[in-house]
Write a protein that binds this ligand. Structure first.
Ligand SMILES: NC(=O)c1ccc[n+]([C@@H]2O[C@H](COP(=O)([O-])OP(=O)(O)OC[C@H]3O[C@@H](n4cnc5c(N)ncnc54)[C@H](OP(=O)(O)O)[C@@H]3O)[C@@H](O)[C@H]2O)c1
Length: 329
């Protein structure tokens, strides 16, 4: 069994990776501030602040069989981690994103597609292109420092228990409440998701066998209609009635696509459907196994219930917004 370092480990994907590595018998060290939550039981937490120069010095030179870095918005974090740990790491996984691609519209692209320009600084939280550019720079740094041992995971939409974005969870939560539910009249729109537990399982299995290279990591291509059908069948209330509303009506009412307040999550304009229509066959061939959407929906609903179905959401429509749309479409 190996010694794993997860840079993160207190929330969502990195926590799921730590939990999976523990379940497979590895020793797991998580390095984080400890502010987002607890590490899984059995993992050790080394308290670090990556915003502080030399923040990873407590771990410098330690030997790990596998390091997993999910650094989201900071090129400096990636570079500092490589500087402190890459020389002694046997395998390095960098979690990147499909937001690295310059063409967000084309369907069926693979990892060789053109990328957005690299960025070493900027606020990726407010600008998706900056987010993608920071990840491009991070990927390049990882390949330079550990290319012969590096796995770059360009994740698609990560769903399931622990998701703090409130995106996918909107649908199980909404359908479980029942009644008349607004859905985008866009059933044929491409869709593609990956359950956080499946992605974590693949990352750990890939680290164990030393898989290297760059992969688009998401589930098979499907449609928004098929995803919502499966969510409704899995967790929908008996009186659920889905009411399709035309995209132009939604836009005129100020409903946004994809994410954020006053949105319908997973709905995308044609200019962006390529991010959920990637060619994920290479990841599947390399062992990424994706569970049925229904299973993700059930687990997401459990998480939603723990958070409170009536809470103010980060993504989706509020009951009042939805009712306005249903009354005055
Ligand atoms: N969500 C999606 O659909 C999606 C899609 C594509 C790609 N991705 C990628 O998937 C990954 C998601 O990672 P994640 O779910 O583990 O969540 P995350 O929000 O990226 O957080 C990861 C960890 O960073 C730690 N952290 C935050 N600030 C820190 C600091 N100053 N110093 C040290 N540690 C710090 C957090 O712990 P503490 O707060 O406890 O310090 C947390 O454990 C990211 O790489 C993201 O870019 C996500």
């Amino acid at each position: 069994m190996g010694r794993w370092l997860v840079l993160g480990g207190t929330r969502f994907l990195s926590r799921a990776v730590a939990a999976e590595a523990l379940a497979r018998g590895h020793e797991v060290v998580c390095a984080a501030r400890g502010e987002s939550g607890a590490v899984p039981e059995g993992a050790a937490l080394v308290v670090v602040d990556r915003d502080v120069p030399g923040g990873l010095d407590a771990l410098r030179g330690e030997r790990f069989d596998a390091v997993v870095d999910v650094a989201r918005m900071s090129y400096a974090w990636v570079r500092d981690a490589l500087d402190a740990l890459a020389p002694t790491a046997a395998h390095w996984t960098f979690v990147s994103t499909v937001s690295v691609y310059a063409d967000a519209a084309a369907l069926g692209q693979g990892v060789d597609g053109p990328l957005v320009p690299r960025r070493e600084s900027g606020d990726g939280a407010t600008d998706p292109e900056v987010y993608g550019g920071l990840k491009v720079a991070g990927e390049q740094a990882v390949r330079e420092a550990a290319g012969d041992r590096a796995l770059v995971v360009r994740a698609g939409l990560i769903c399931g228990p622990g998701d703090g974005s409130d995106r996918f969870g909107y649908w199980p939560a909404r359908f479980a409440r029942g009644g008349r539910a607004v859905v985008p009249d866009a059933a044929d729109q491409p869709a593609q998701i990956v359950d956080v537990r499946d992605l974590a399982a693949w990352i750990v299995a890939a680290g164990e066998r030393g898989l290297t290279g760059t992969f688009d990591a998401s589930g098979p291509r499907t449609t928004l209609g098929a995803v919502l059908d499966e969510v409704a069948a899995a967790v929908g209330a008996a009186d659920l009635e889905r009411v399709p509303v035309a995209p132009d009506v939604l836009a005129a009412a100020g409903v946004g696509p994809w994410a954020g307040p006053s949105s319908l999550p997973l709905w995308l304009p044609a200019s962006h459907v390529g991010i959920v229509a990637r060619d994920t066959a290479p990841a599947a061939a390399a062992g990424l196994r994706c569970r049925p959407v229904a299973d993700t929906a059930r687990a997401a609903l459990e998480h939603e219930r723990a958070l409170g179905l009536d809470r103010e959401r980060r993504a989706g429509l509020s009951p009042a917004e939805e009712s306005r749309l249903l009354t005055h479409p």
